[in-house]
Design a protein around this ligand. Structure first.
Ligand code: PT1
Length: 299
């Protein structure tokens, strides 16, 4: 008996293949059912966000946009106060807190959806969870000093993402000898470190980090071989929405990449990804309803 799902991690007792078991993510008191893929809606509260630049800085507007995304089918709202798109500059801790905390505080009482905090800073993670966030989404995979401790002391879910370099310079000259192995090894190592720190497996997500220190070819290879990641023991989140990999393929500006991004979301979830991070919730939700309806008839 040597299915790939067993061979991957022999140190743990065999479990049913993912396709036969229910996948749940613990998010600080809320439980996300990932038996079927779900949509994470993007709520940027940065003045320089690449695809909805500055539109949601005002708290009222941000809350209204979040409510609309929930209405459109988002199971998670991902709130970010520091842009991580290529070339973006870092912001101060205080500025980031001022942007995200008022919105988390309001939303936490208004929606059943899980509130996610998109941050690399341990202090922001801690305050956001206190304010009601159920998921810590860290594009730096908890590598900042103190981040792992804050995560371990919380009961929040965690998304560990792969990035080569840092947002400001990551697209200058991305290089890998073997992008699949390097990204997979990194994510496995970070997830194992979390588990060793006492974080339960059902609190952990992994994310190959599309567009984060990757050429178009790297991104396409990761997408084509996503099963390399979805066969690992942690549910996979993907974010391709409006990114320049789509721009390179379609030659259109971010707001016109919705259809291409929706196709990419389906490709990812067909290969077993469980969460799609997107600006275009309605489109992704519809596409995933169709995909999942078909998938139930497979095998
Ligand atoms: C992501 C992600 C994220 N992406 C997770 N969090 C962004 N877990 C922010 C471009 O190439 O994929 N996973 N948080 C947004 N970052 C980018 C990166 C935006 C690249 C645009 C590009 O255009």
């Amino acid at each position: 008996m040597s299915g790939a799902w067993l061979a991957f991690d022999a140190s743990h007792a065999p479990v049913a293949p993912r396709s036969l078991s229910s996948v749940k993510l613990d998010c600080n008191g809320k439980t996300l059912d990932l038996a079927a893929p779900v949509v994470m809606g993007v709520l940027n509260v940065t003045p320089d966000s690449f695809s909805d630049g500055g539109k949601f800085v005002d708290a009222e507007t941000a809350v209204a946009h979040a409510l609309r995304m929930v209405d459109e089918g988002a199971a998670i709202i991902d709130i970010g106060g520091e842009s991580t798109r290529p070339g973006a500059a870092p912001v101060s801790e205080q500025q980031e807190m001022e942007r995200v905390l008022p919105i988390i505080e309001r939303l936490a009482h208004m929606v059943d959806a899980v509130i996610s905090i998109d941050t690399m800073k341990p202090s922001v993670m801690r305050e956001a969870v206190k304010a009601g966030a159920g998921l810590i989404n860290d594009v730096n995979a908890l590598q900042a000093e103190g981040a792992l401790k804050v995560a371990a002391e919380s009961a929040a879910g965690l998304c560990l993402m792969h990035m080569q370099g840092e947002p400001r310079s990551m697209q200058k000259a991305p290089h890998y000898n073997d992008v699949l192995s390097e990204v997979a090894d990194f994510l496995q190592q970070r997830a194992k470190l979390c588990e060793a720190a006492g974080i339960a497996r059902n609190r952990i997500l992994i994310d190959p980090g599309f567009g984060f220190g990757k050429t178009l070819e790297h991104n396409l290879r990761l997408m084509a071989e996503l099963e390399r990641f979805t066969s690992m023991p942690w549910p996979v989140l993907v974010g391709v929405s409006r990114k320049s990999m789509l721009g390179a393929l379609l030659d259109v500006p971010p707001a016109e990449r919705v259809h291409g991004g929706t196709a990419a979301a389906v490709l990812a979830c067909w290969q077993g990804a469980k969460i799609v991070r997107t600006h275009d919730v309605r489109a992704a939700w519809q596409a995933l309803q169709v995909m999942q309806s078909v998938r139930r008839y497979k095998d």
